[in-house]
Design a protein around this ligand. Structure first.
Ligand SMILES: O=C(O)CCC(=O)C(=O)O
Ligand SMILES: [Fe+2]
Length: 319
């Protein structure tokens, strides 16, 4: 059954809703075809489902077990872990129905090396290593598909020793009997370059379609869901769109998602690549450092269109 309401499409859990099918990319396909599909999906939706991605199942399964063990700890122990938070998102009063652990995931991260016990530390470190490599591979396929001569133009930011990449483990507790289904993690776009989300088999993630309707993404623990972030929208001069998404509370089961956010170093300059700028399509955004964008983004509400603050004013904007 499919029901379309004013602002939401509700499906029966399939990936095809209201005649729409979300892009699905099989990474084991021919390189040129994969790169073409990734570019198309990033332009149309800023989002795609990635299958046959090559990340070993045992690394993902161990990470999930360790994350569950962390969230099952007593509150006092969780509160004593740097990066742990619950019910609030960011610093501007946004609330959410979740708890999370937010860790720096740069190659030189010390927040991972401080984790305990050692099993947790090792699985986070291993998971971050393989997922960062996967994100770099996707970014290189994007550059190839966009015909950018330096195919590492995007991925080099993530490989940098001081990259500001993050790993966020989100735990959404199950609904209590008389709760109504609601937004658990409010609408936003991710500020970074690229996000790779993997969740357990419980629904919750929704993405905003170009027509403004919300699309419930069916969970698939064997896949990664890939989001274009604001910084990649800027570097592609608006050819790729950073997708707005949110997560809903869900029935009786606990939902857990693990999001890797690939980001540049703080002092990196974020600007449209020269190949993305033409006389007909001048730069849409003024250049900024990643530190500058982070500061601006975190001083605004989660749901604000944070990247709009960096747009160059055009005649169209002024009309
Ligand atoms: O839990 C999810 O599926 C989405 C989480 C999310 O959007 C985030 O952590 O930025
Ligand atoms: Fe997000």
């Amino acid at each position: 059954m499919v029901v379309a309401s004013a602002n939401m499409l509700v499906g029966d859990g399939g990936e095809r809703v209201g005649g729409l099918e979300l892009p699905r990319v099989d990474l084991s396909g021919e390189r040129w075809a994969v790169s073409e599909q990734i570019v198309k999906a990033s332009q149309e939706y800023g989002f795609f489902k990635l299958v046959k991605h090559g990340v070993p199942e045992d690394i993902i399964a161990t990470m999930e077990e360790e994350a569950s063990a962390f969230f099952a700890k007593p509150v006092a122990q969780k509160n004593a872990t740097a990066g742990y938070g619950s019910n609030t998102i960011g610093l501007c009063g946004d609330v959410g129905r979740l708890e999370y652990l937010l860790l720096n995931a740069s190659p030189s991260s010390s927040s991972i090396s401080q984790l305990n016990p050692s099993n947790f530390r090792n699985s986070v470190s291993e998971y971050v290593g393989v997922v960062r490599e996967l994100a770099c591979e996707i970014l290189e396929l994007m550059a190839e598909g966009l015909e950018v001569p330096n195919t590492q133009a995007f991925s080099n930011f993530l490989r940098h020793h001081d990259s500001d990449s993050l790993l966020r483990l989100n735990h959404y507790p199950p609904l209590l009997n008389n709760d109504i289904i609601n937004v658990a993690f409010g609408e936003h776009s991710d500020p970074q370059i690229l996000s790779l989300i993997r969740s357990n088999d419980v629904p919750g993630l929704q993405i905003s379609l170009p027509n403004g309707l919300w699309f419930p993404v069916s969970p698939d623990p064997s896949a990664f869901f890939v989001n274009v972030g604001d910084a990649l929208q800027v570097m592609t001069n608006g050819r790729f769109v950073s997708v707005r998404h949110r997560a809903m509370t869900n029935s009786q089961e606990s939902r857990m998602s693990m999001a890797f956010f690939g980001a540049p170093p703080l002092n990196a300059c974020i600007a449209a690549l020269p190949e993305m700028v033409t006389a007909q399509r001048p730069s849409l955004y003024r250049p900024f450092t990643w530190a500058e964008y982070k500061q601006a983004a975190y001083s605004l509400r989660l749901g604000d269109h944070r990247i709009h603050h960096f747009r160059v004013c055009t005649q169209v904007d002024q009309q």
